[in-house]
Design a protein around this ligand. Sequence first.
Ligand code: SF4
Ligand code: SF4
Length: 370
Amino acid sequence: MQRIEFGKTGIKTARFGLGCMRFPGEQKKVDEIIRHALDHGISYLDTAYIYDGNEIKVGKALKGGYRDKAVLATKSPVWDIRSHGDFEKYLDEELKRLGTDRVDIYLMHSLNPDNFKKIVENDCFSFLDRMVEKGKILHRGFSFHGTNALFKEIVDCHDWDMAQIQLNILDEFEQAGLDGLKYAYKRGLATVIMEPLRGGHLINDYPGEIDALIGGYPEKRSLVEWAFRWLYNIREADVILSGVSTMAQLKQNIAIFDEAEYGCMTSGEMELIHGIKTAYESRHAVGCTGCRYCMPCPFGVEIPEVFRYYNKVAMLDKHWLDKSTYRNLVMNEGKGADKCTECGLCVPKCPQGIMIPERLKDAQAVLTSK
Ligand code: SF4
Ligand code: SF4
């Protein structure tokens, strides 16, 4: 598998990084996934304080000599920071959960206008520098969900070692975008790509036109392969995360990344990707990745589930089936968009900037129509 120099950190790692957010519940399965990855040349592991119980699972899987094989990245719960001292308090808790004395890359999580203001007001910068001196963290980074302009402002405001952004074939011009990626790379930051498949939504419930496009192309690859190929083709994309839930997915990803190479795509392949993007965008309803950062809703609305049905109905032609399943399984259990009181509590938590109450209304109208 292609290995790269990770910015100015001195780290060498494979281009495929293991996203730990969507691991299975059973520790045994997590151990198998992480250890198989580390035994097959993958070293970058991405977790976060907010991923429920995840740091503890990762820590357990890294026992028995695996910690030293890993480049371990985790993230500060920025939105919970109330004072400067909170940064170290959370980091110490994370180190304890992970069962280690150091984090290789420590990220300020999900920087958007509010979270960026918070880290500036509470001076995360001197905290990060001090933790590097103490050896509790080795490198400083941030993950990002905001505009391209804000991304550049953040890149330039501190001596960061890495930046993590959302990028996939649908998001070339969204958030930091490809332009932001190139900006960070040019300034010497290591780069990490998250949501390469938009939380799996890009490859599930997609319109039938895409199958026709892929099937008609001379070189036979699955949609997953095309989505990753578009990313590993990009010189500035150092590590590409994939959040696996099963061993089968991990093995599939390893096989895909065995072909990873910069600049491998032909102009014909780029045209195919453009066609896939156009087909997808002509039907897509809402850009929810299913991350669940907006949950729980105090009024019981299963926000990502409502949006999943909304997108399914928009993408596929079996409208009646998905609409009746939504009514029977989601609304009947009191988890439908009809329970939204428009309190707005979920809106600032959404990294995709979705105006959730408004889009829930749209979803409810479509999902309950004839
Ligand atoms: S706006 Fe609606 S979905 Fe969001 S938290 Fe309030 S009630 Fe729940
Ligand atoms: S609405 Fe936003 S926060 Fe909630 S699951 Fe979707 S993308 Fe994540």
